[in-house]
Every structure is written in C-alpha cells, then in structure tokens.
Design a protein around this ligand. Sequence first.
Ligand code: ADP
Ligand code: ZN
Ligand code: ZN
Length: 678
Amino acid sequence: MEVIFLRVALDTPLDTSFDYRWTLTQQDGVAAPVPKVGQLVLVPFGRQEIVGLILDVLETTTVPENKLRDAIAVRHDVTPLSPDWIALCQFAADYYQRPLGEVALPSLPKNLKVSKTVSLVRALKKLAQLPALADATPIAEPVLNSEQQGAVDTIVGRDGYAAHLLFGVTGSGKTEVYLQAAARILAQSVDAQILILVPEINLTPQFEAHIRARFPGLLLSTLHSGMAEGERLLHWIAAHTGRSRIVLGTRLAMLASLPRLRLIIVDEEHDPSYKQQEGLRYSARDLAVWRARQLQIPVVLGSATPSLESWHGAQSGRYRLLELHERAVQKAVLPVIRIINLEQEKPSEGLTPRLIAAIRRRLDKKEQSLLFLNRRGYAPVLACDACGWISDCNRCSAHLVLHKGDHRLRCHHCGLEQRIPRSCPTCGNIDLQPLGRGTQRMEESLAAIFPDARVFRIDADSTRLKGSAAAAFERVHDGDVDILIGTQMVAKGHDFKHLTLVAALNPDAALFSQDYRASERLFAQLMQVAGRAGRAAQKEDGNASEVLVQTRYPDHPLYHALMAHNYRSFAADLLDERQQACMPPFMYQALLRAEARELQTALDFLQQAAACMPHPAMTINDPIPMTMTRVANRDRAQLLIESASRPALQAFVKIWIAELRSWKSRVKWSLEIDPVDI
Ligand code: ADP
Ligand code: ZN
Ligand code: ZN
C-alpha cells in the first residue's frame, strides 16, 4: 500500500491549503485510480466533513505525522477541473484578496459537493436526454447591415486575444452581432463553446428563446441564481463536459467550467449587476476580459451606454471600438426626448398636464405608455403633520416605506416590518400623511385619472412569486396593458412592439447623490428606458415615439446629452471630470469597510488600519461613516485607499490585509477592490 498526499483548497477564510493523506489501495488485484489535480475530494475538517479541490498530488508533506488526517473519498465520476479554470479562480482570489478555496468551491453547484452521489448519477444520466433542452423552431438570420457585418468580421477575423467594445444605441442590432459572431465561431470548430453573460435572465426570456431558435441543434446551458440545485448541476455538468456549446448566464456563469471556450460576450456590460456585492466582490465583466486574455480568445463587451471604464479602454486603444450608429429595423428611428420643466408645469399626483395629455393621446391610438419611477412601495415615508413624527426604521438610518396594499411599513434595508399605525405613535393624531410617491401610489393615481385604461405595475413587490415577472411581461407584450408603471425592472432588454411613449417621472434624485457614479448610472438607465420606445418600424403617419422627462433641472448637462442621444459627449465630459479629480478609471481604489454596534468602534478600527502601514505611493484617506450609516443595528464606516498604479495597490493591499487578519479584531470588516458604491 502506497501513501501519497493531497494538497486541497477548502472553502474557509483561512488563507492556505491543507494536506491530507491518501492511501492507494488495491481491490481484487486492481490498483485504485490515483487522485488527480482538479478533482473534488471529501475530507475531515474540524468535526465536519467537507468537499475540497485537489490542487496538488505530493509524495511528501511538511505536515507532521500526528497532525495529518486521511482524506475520505475522491470524486472520480467527474472529469477533473482544468488547470486553466483553477488559474482563473486563483487570479480572482489574488486580485480580490480572498483564499482560493473561497472562490473556487462556492462557484460549483451544491449537488456536486454533497458526499452522496445520487443526484450526480441522476444528472449524468439526464445528460443523455439533454437534447430535449434544445428543441425550438429554427428561424433564419437576418442579413446584417454593413456596420454589423464589419463588427462580426472584426470579432471573428483574427486568432488570439482581442477585447471589443460594441457600442450601439438600443435597437441597433447588437444582439444580432453576438449571434452571428457566435455562429461563425461555432461553425469554425466542432467543439467550440460560447459564453454569453447577461445582467438578468428571468426578466428577459426573449433573449434565451432567441438563441434557442437560432441554434436549434445545439445544447444550451443556462446558469443563474434562481435555478433549483438539480437543474443547476445538470446545466453545469453539460458545460463542464463540453456538451453544451452555448452557455447563457448571469455573473456567476463567469466562473463556470468551459473546457472549449472560444468567445465571451458580455451584454449590457455597464450593468451594475455584473459586480457581486457581497462575499467575493468580483466584477464578472473584468474577469471576462482576463479570461479572454488567458485563453487567447475574443471578448465582446456590448452596450448603448458603456461603463466609463470600458469607454476609457476603447479611447485609449486597449479595446477595439465597434460602433453601430443606427437602429437596425428599417424606419425605426430613435424616439424624440423632451424635457418637462417641473418648475413651470406643476404636477398633480406626480404627473404634469403635458404628460397626462401625452398619455391620453397614446390611449386614443391604442398604443402603450411606460412610466418609469425608480421607487417601489406606496410612499417613501409616512408622516404626522401635527408633531413632525416620521416613520423611521429604528434599526437603520432609513425611513420605513409605506406599502398600502398589505397595510405595512417596511424597511427596504433590513426588512423590518410593522403594521401601519392607526394614529401617530407620539401625539395620537389620526391623520397621518404619506409623503412622496412610489410605484403603488402612481398606479392608484393613474387608475383614477384614466379610469378607462388598463394600468399595470411591474416592480420587485408585484413580481415576488417565482415566474410572475415573466407572466407580467407577457401581459405587456400581448397588448393587455395600456399604461405600464415600473421601476428599473422595466428598463431591461424588452422589445415592446406597441410602446410609443416613455416617461421618467422623477429622476432628479440621482443628480445630486454622494455617489460619484450615480449620474453615470442615471444616464444609462434613462437611455435604456428611453430605448424601450419606437423599436418597431415607425408608422406611416409620422407619429414618432417620444420620451418625456419630468425634472426640476432642465438645464443639467446630463439631460442635454440625453436629449441629443449623445453618449459620446456625456462620457467625454465625465471622463474629463474624473481625470481632473483623480478618480477611476484614472485611479485605482480599494475600500475597507467595518461595522460595529457603535460607530466609534468601527471608526477606531479603520483609523488603526489607516495608520498601521504608511506608504508613499498610496493615498490613504480618512475613515468616514458610510452614507447609510446604520443598517440592522450596526453602524458602518469606510476607509478608501487609492493609487495611480494598479500593481502597486495590489501589492500594498496584500500585505496590509495580512496584517489586519492577524489582529483578530472583533470588528466585522471586509475589503472591496474596485468598489462601485462609495
Ligand atoms: P440591440 O441589442 O442593439 O438593442 P437588437 O439586436 O435587439 O438590438 O435588434 C433590434 C431589432 O432589430 C430586433 O428586432 C432585431 O431582430 C432587428 N435587427 C437586428 N439586425 C437586423 C438586420 N440586420 N436587419 C433587420 N433587422 C434587424
Ligand atoms: Zn404626531
Ligand atoms: Zn431597517
């Protein structure tokens, strides 16, 4: 019997790998298989048994004999994870300052990690039946216009790594470019795999249906967080074994195992959902670019409003800029965007007379209107006029939001819920007033103003049940809705054929946000929601689609750029500002956050962290309370570190974090590289 040692990565915060003993046995004269790098292994850890990833198979170990434990079982039924996949996880681990095990293991389907093989066996069996996933009625591909054709040719025209920014207004046919580039690559090699990342799959089943219809013979895997574990395993295995040729997924699909990956597409690359906001705070978009370089394959980042990082990348020549200037459907033109000055036209119930008249006109023509209000609930706060009481959350620095339908006050940050009080808790006044308006209140007002119209609301509250979002969008597509009111959920990727009026009811708040990225996001959101209008061919009567924006600041440069559909000038101005203020993408940042029962405890911790390691090439700012200081009875503060050099920041943070870890402080802290919400 021969003894070897397995070096294993485990999903623990300890920044190390662990060695286990493995005894090679014989059964009936046949040697048991030797474990391989990239296989999963069940090991004892403390009093538990957990699954780890084999990083190395060794003949000796430095771990003393009395500390060594035996590994329990090796998963031989799954092909080992490839060295390039492990390298991807290692890169993410190093870059985001987490142990490898905390990156690699959580990215695998849960059912792969249970010690029982039942579900795996079932999944492997099901794999044989997977072609059923692929049935769809084939549709022909449209003939590309010359800009689209040029883009496809550039993307597939060269071997090796190249990053492309596909920049084109909504409806300019970016999706078509993705699909035909994918088709070319799939045709070039019989086993190529394509990864397509989207911000949200549940909200845009159209996209998936489209891919299926275009590639009816191929296996498609989808990967997103809403999947049942069994299903997730099936799709993951199909990708891992190379069976599925196309993988469509949200950010988590970036860490899927794809042995024959030949093209990566990141649709709506500017979307904030590509950034994970807890645990491993990675950017799937950034990892996509790294992965493409690692594998020497093309990557396409597509958007009508690219992130400033990507735009800067294209301007500086790191990315190739591919531009689509016009809407792809003949005669479909961009909607006219107009500003309604709220200082001059007084709204009632949040709607100006001009907007009401515009909705009325669309109703008369049996066309749809979409009203965008990025605030769910009935009213953001309930107040007492008599004594000044307002509905604050006692656990957070936030108001409790009034949800009228189910008679609740609800905190959108910690989830606290209360019944709506009958009278003021401090003075007993029974006449409590909702202040401001959310989508529920707008829905109520619209129903009152347009009693003959079918008003419909789509937001996180109205679509809480699984499948209800898809059903809701189906209603709009089917023309069963005249006026749609919704949050940014309605801005995403939908192609509503009867929609000719889009209005932003109250977008101003983001103009003056503390978060310097707020205006970049607002512009993208408004362009995207505006892009829902006029996607079909324009009617002969010259009745163009229109977009109305209600604002108190009609002269704000953001609205001017919006009216001119001019992302370029908007981005150029913002980049100038960022450069002058030494902000990203001209500066690299890391953000240390701390939380404690008392704000001072968190601040003290950050103060110590700031002082412990002075460094000439780092700007270490003062610790400050976070804008939303208190959430769920914890006070939160942050410390921003900046450097003009990314490698310098990386090198510094690595030693710095090791130092902080050694403190064993009871303050809960976390580090984010390239933070987006500051
Ligand atoms: P984007 O992704 O840029 O918003 P899409 O790819 O969804 O745009 O295209 C918008 C519409 O134009 C879709 O209905 C699509 O089928 C159509 N389309 C795209 N390319 C062409 C083309 N070359 N000829 C005709 N129609 C096209
Ligand atoms: Zn009162
Ligand atoms: Zn709260």
